[in-house]
Design a protein around this ligand. Structure first.
Ligand SMILES: CSC[C@H]1O[C@@H](n2cnc3c(O)ncnc32)[C@H](O)[C@@H]1O
Ligand SMILES: [Zn+2]
Length: 433
């Protein structure tokens, strides 16, 4: 049995706003959290394989980015300052059409590197060549929910369904259980009802959830209303999609009925504030969705519309944006924002029984954040300091599934120079330079 002890940290368990243990200990055995408590309460350090001394640091669950397209690191800075449809059809899709599986592997490696260095331990992905995405997840030690993006209106729509089935057969539960699989029909405007029927048949056959972009722009809502006489959410509901566990990304333009449907029937909603701001898509009505009882996690979306994968930045923006759009500073307070970026993100992807809390019986996805820098001083409120003042570079150590993947800012599973070299070369070729 492998035993790892984290000692001396303030533990922000995320089990409740007051569930904070000063100078505590976390014992991890074979990747499981087996003890969380006060100093000296674990069995002693003499028989540990590894002890991490974490004085001056906060231990909390790793961040969970519940919506991204990891390999889009290759497109970072390639197409900016455009609205969604123009951005996709004129810039993104032509570039993606030139990408190989190997390009996607290296793009995902870079995303994993960036995520680990900013405290993300788990991400939800939708893309093509998912076998190569899965290889990157396996090699870096990250946890991920993977979905093959499927565009039903393209001639490749049938192949995408076959790829999704392969992904489920080959990778669901693999990499020591760190990889799970969902189906990824891209959006109601790219997947007609007959195609979504095929997706639902597959979901039923393999007992999979569904990851889909929904109601991202006003143009989408108008288009779906014109074609089907219903809002995107009501259209999907009438097709029976919400009989499956659905993770709905964006959900920016919703009426009250849409919000009730999502709150009652969706497994989760991925809120992507920075991407929605940058593409000028709008502001998701998250404060109201939360009032109605919806489960809302936070996603960065891909780095062509963000342009980074920094969850501390994202949760802060997400909170501030709701405050300003409702003109109410009380909505999404600091602790709520951290919940959305941890346990609620896990729930959105069906992983809430496994990760998102520091609690006995959960897998150990834990980050250590340095609290000794000037911008974290004084400590009136630790939670506010993390949610509103911390930087990605304050994340010192990252543990995923009980394995140390970054120790004191050295990533142990990735050759940083090699990854950046590969991505630079490939990005230049793909951009036609
Ligand atoms: C078919 S794989 C996934 C597909 O989604 C594209 N994408 C990236 N960001 C967005 C977004 O905000 N809305 C819709 N589609 C998006 C990505 O480029 C891939 O082609
Ligand atoms: Zn997306």
């Amino acid at each position: 049995m492998n035993k790892l002890l984290i000692r001396g940290a303030t533990i922000l368990t995320m089990e409740g706003p007051d569930a904070i243990i000063d100078t505590g200990e976390i014992l991890i055995e074979d990747g499981w959290i087996t003890h969380v408590g006060l100093p000296g309460s674990a069995s002693g350090s003499f028989d540990m394989d590894e002890v991490i001394e974490a004085d001056g640091q906060v231990a909390m669950p790793g961040f969970i980015n519940c919506h991204t397209h990891a390999a889009m690191t290759l497109l970072r800075g390639y197409a900016d300052d455009l609205p969604l449809m123009k951005w996709l059809s004129e810039k993104i899709w032509p570039f993606e059409g030139r990408m190989t599986g190997e390009d996607i592997y290296w793009g995902t490696m870079l995303a994993c590197l960036e995520m680990i260095k900013s405290g993300t331990t788990c991400f939800g992905d939708m893309y093509d060549h998912m076998h190569d995405v899965a290889r990157a997840v396996e090699n870096t030690g990250m946890r991920a929910m993977l979905s093959r993006g499927m565009i039903g209106v393209l001639p490749t729509g049938e192949k995408a369904l076959a790829d999704a089935e392969e992904l489920a057969k080959n990778w669901n539960g693999k990499a020591d259980g760190r990889i799970t699989v969902m189906l990824g029909p891209h959006a109601p405007y790219t997947c007609p009802p007959e195609y979504l029927d095929k997706v639902m048949n597959l979901a039923a056959k393999f007992k999979l959830g569904i990851n889909i972009h929904v109601a991202e722009t006003l143009a989408e809502v108008e288009e779906i209303k014109k074609q089907y006489g219903k809002t995107p959410v009501q259209h999907l509901d009438s097709l029976g999609l919400f009989k499956f566990p659905v993770l709905a990304a964006h959900c920016v333009h919703l009426d009250e009925q849409d919000m009730e449907i999502l709150a009652q029937k969706a497994m989760g909603i991925a809120y992507n504030p920075q991407s929605n701001m940058k593409l000028a898509s709008g502001i998701a009505p998250v404060a109201r969705l939360l009032e109605l009882g919806a489960t809302v996690g936070i996603g960065t979306d891909g780095t062509a519309s963000n342009n980074n994968l920094d969850m501390l930045e994202e949760l802060r923006t997400g909170s501030y944006l709701q405050k300003v759009s409702t003109m109410n500073p009380e909505v999404i307070p600091a602790y709520r924002a951290l919940q959305m970026a941890t346990i609620d993100g896990a729930l959105c992807m069906g992983l809430g029984d496994r990760v998102g809390l520091i609690k006995e019986g959960m897998r150990a996805d834990i980050i250590l954040i340095d609290t000794t820098e000037p911008h974290m001083c004084p400590r009136h409120n630790l939670v506010a300091n993390i949610a509103y003042a911390a930087n990605a570079s304050d994340v010192r150590t990252v543990i995923i599934d009980g394995k140390v993947v970054m120790l004191d800012r050295v990533v142990l599973t990735i050759d940083e120079e090699r990854v950046m070299y590969e991505v630079r070369e490939r990005a230049e070729r793909l951009a036609g330079k």
